[in-house]
Design a protein around this ligand. Structure first.
Ligand SMILES: [Zn+2]
Length: 315
């Protein structure tokens, strides 16, 4: 590895930790209850108040297929530009890019699956075809000045296809890097990663593309979310997707759980002396807000812990 590559990797490790909350998108997209735009705005403001620096607020998908995201354009327009918080959205096709440009969202994720079967179910097209058109779309978005991160779904395994080869992930990452993305998001959509596979893939992607920031999207399906997050951190990753309360799953992956709960990630890092910039008690209020609307407990642990500590304090 060249000295230049090592310097770029060191720079990535020195960057402050960034937790991107995706409850408004990855979480709400599978809920049968559709949140109103005012509920979404209230929840966004809670995350912002807690100190979350990047929030994925929606996706530009067909409103008939995912009605929960139908108001993404309007929501982004209402939120406008926010000091200290980057508003992001997910794009899966050319119509999505048109909508993103029309509502002037400053940051987007453009995502494809490495698994052919997952791609056919999720995006209704073969993985190779989806990648080719996504690369063209990324080039178009970059030429229009949009900040783009590329998402590679099922990068650590697929419930339909089993093992996903690291070389397939690297080949897709190369195409997206050449198209001009500044961040590659490796997504464990099936929750099949383990701390060793995280370390191995992050190491390879970092070595091949030292100029690109790596982020991780970790579904906690098998209870390894936090362990995988820590492994990623040790391997130099400083950007992680999280979901308040651990909300979420995937309609095409049986038994899928949500992302690592924001409050649990905050607790893990802060307890190790690593600053997240997020205030735990405020994020807990956001968990309570979701639980009240959804009328159920969410899987995150820290709300129960902090609520218990507070009730002890008052006794
Ligand atoms: Zn996800």
């Amino acid at each position: 590895m060249s000295q230049d590559s090592v310097a770029k990797q060191d720079k990535q490790k020195q960057a402050p930790l960034l937790l991107e909350d995706e409850a408004l998108r990855d979480g709400l997209q599978i809920e049968s209850q559709i949140f109103t735009i005012n509920q979404k705005i209230e929840f966004f403001n809670m995350l912002k108040k807690a100190g979350v620096k990047r929030i994925q607020v929606g996706s530009f998908v067909h409103p008939k297929i995912v009605p929960q995201m139908a108001d993404s354009d309007e929501l982004i327009k209402v939120l406008g530009s926010q000091a200290d918080t980057v508003i992001s959205a997910l794009i899966l096709n050319s119509k999505g890019l048109e909508r993103a440009m029309a509502c002037a969202v400053p940051h987007v994720s453009m995502s494809v699956s490495i698994s052919d079967t997952h791609s056919r179910k999720n995006a209704r097209r073969p993985a190779t075809e989806a990648l080719i058109s996504m690369v063209e779309l990324i080039k178009s978005a970059r030429s229009q000045g949009l900040e783009v991160r590329a998402g590679l779904q099922s990068a650590f395994g697929c419930v339909y296809e089993g093992t996903i080869s690291e070389s397939a992930v690297l080949a897709a990452a190369e195409k997206m890097t050449l198209a001009g993305v500044n961040e590659i998001n490796l997504a464990d959509s099936s929750g099949m990663a383990n701390p060793y596979s995280i370390k191995s893939l992050v190491k390879q992607v970092t070595q091949e593309f030292p100029e690109v920031r790596i982020s991780l999207h970790l579904h906690d399906t098998r209870g390894l979310g936090l362990a995988n997050m820590f492994s990623g951190y040790e391997a130099g990753v400083r950007v992680f997707d999280v979901c308040t309360g651990g909300l979420g799953g995937c309609p095409f992956i049986k038994g899928a759980a949500g992302n690592v709960p924001t409050e649990d990630a905050v607790n893990m890092f802060e307890s190790m002396g690593i600053d997240t910039g997020i205030e735990p008690n405020t994020i807990i209020e956001a968990v309570a807000f979701l639980e009240k609307i959804l009328n159920r407990h969410l899987p995150g642990r820290m709300k129960r812990v902090l609520s218990f500590e507070q009730s002890c304090d008052t006794q």
